[in-house]
Design a protein around this ligand. Structure first.
Ligand code: SAH
Length: 394
């Protein structure tokens, strides 16, 4: 079906951003609207073909674009080629044989499709309705291309709400062989036990793989405070690299249980855990004057859309001010933000403000992003979601 852009909306899209937002299309004739999740051809107001994508009337992202070439249809051959291009990149980068992000949504020109590979199990997460409706088709293609025994299709409840996905499609589905309850995977030379299915299901953060190792290099001979530690990746990497001790903190008791298991799996014996709210813990340490040679701040997303960016930045400011106060003079701070709508330069400015208010100066040693198997697409700045700054605090 055909949809038409409003006259002034084409310009902003010429750079190749794969999203057409609500309000960018001419109103549709009510008796003739595309089905949610179906293929639409997007035309300019001058009647020229612009691009082809998947439509969803419930989503703020009204159309996700996949091709700007009129002669390409979004059929099985098209998706197979796109997916195999993404897989080839991981092979070329040397990631295919380990736990890796196989497909990174917009970063691989496949908006709405995330696939992680853990040994011979693939976890496919649809972040759009159009992709969710095609889950079985994609699972088949993925199995054919990778030889994976199992593909697990999952969705997040927040995504289902944003995209108006029907309830029955949002339950986890398993294509192929049954999945073991737990699995031990290797990521960046560290072993982790993960659960892929059921109420216990946990995600895993592959995007920080190299950042954990880079941070660990700084933490040799240091005492480390690992805030928002989840399964302990930063602590275990630091300990392996020669940190004196690590205190891994998280609000989730379940996550901390996993830290203990993972420490054991890696034969690491100087990682302690502390359950609680990171802000309260940091406030307490600050008031006690307790400092560490290295501090990691890796909080969850602080904002979803563009609207709450300022609020998110205030959160980062407060967190970083506290974190900086807990770094011993000359020690290191590793500070991260996975909020896509917070731009790198905003994060930089926030950090400067936080350091100033803490009465300290910061030397930024590295400004890192997500691991290379999470490509950032030049035409889609939102794909540069992970900021990870390695800093010396003086
Ligand atoms: N650093 C981790 C990933 C962090 S994910 C890694 O390397 O893999 C974010 C974590 O923050 C989650 O484990 C979540 O349980 C925790 N969290 C969220 N809000 C929190 C809070 N207010 N205080 C402490 N932990 C919190």
């Amino acid at each position: 079906m055909r949809v038409t852009l409003k006259p002034n909306k084409l310009r902003a899209l010429l750079g190749g951003h794969p999203w057409i937002l609500d309000g960018s299309l001419e109103l549709l004739d009510k008796s003739n609207t595309p089905q949610d999740g179906s293929v639409v051809d997007v035309y300019s107001d001058k009647g020229r073909f612009f691009a082809r994508g998947l439509y969803n009337s419930h989503s703020k992202i009204r159309v996700r674009l996949y091709t700007w070439n009129e002669s390409e249809s979004l059929d099985d051959a098209f998706w197979t080629k796109r997916i195999s291009t993404a897989i080839d990149l991981r092979k070329e980068l040397g990631y295919f044989s380990q736990a890796t992000r196989l497909i990174n949504s917009e970063g691989d020109a496949l908006s709405g499709l995330i696939v992680d590979k853990y040994e011979d199990v693939l976890v496919m997460q649809a972040t759009s309705l159009g992709i969710l409706l095609r889950a079985e088709q994609f699972a088949q293609i993925l199995q054919n291309l990778t030889g994976a025994k199992t593909v697990i299709a999952t969705t997040e409840p927040a995504m289902a709400r944003r995209e108006g996905a029907p309830e029955e499609l949002t339950a986890d589905r398993v294509f192929g062989a049954p999945v073991p309850e737990t699995m031990v995977i290797q990521s960046g030379g560290i072993k982790y036990e993960i659960q892929l299915l059921g109420g216990q299901k946990t995600g895993f953060y592959l995007d920080q793989r190299e950042n954990r190792l880079a941070a660990a290099e700084l933490f040799k001979g240091k005492t480390v405070l690992d805030m928002f530690c989840y399964h302990g990746g930063f602590s275990i990497a630091a300990s392996q690299a020669g940190a004196v001790s690590c205190l891994a903190c998280d609000s989730s008791a379940k996550a901390l249980e996993q830290v203990k298991k993972n420490a054991q799996l890696n034969a690491v014996d100087n990682v302690e855990t502390l359950q609680g709210d990171s802000f309260q813990i940091l406030e307490r340490f600050k008031s006690e004057g307790r400092t560490f040679g290295g501090v990691v701040l890796d909080p969850p997303k602080f904002a979803q859309g563009k609207r709450s960016v300022q609020e998110a930045l205030r959160g980062y400011h407060y967190l970083n001010k506290l974190g900086i106060s807990c770094v011993a003079p000359g020690g290191f701070l590793v500070t991260c933000s996975c909020t896509g709508s917070v731009r790198r330069e905003d994060f930089f400015d926030m950090l400067h403000g936080a350091a100033s208010q803490a009465g300290r100066r910061i030397q930024i040693l590295q400004q890192r992003g997500a691991a290379p198997d999470h490509p950032v697409l030049d035409s889609c700045p939102e794909t540069d979601y992970l900021k990870c700054f390695l800093c010396r605090v003086i």
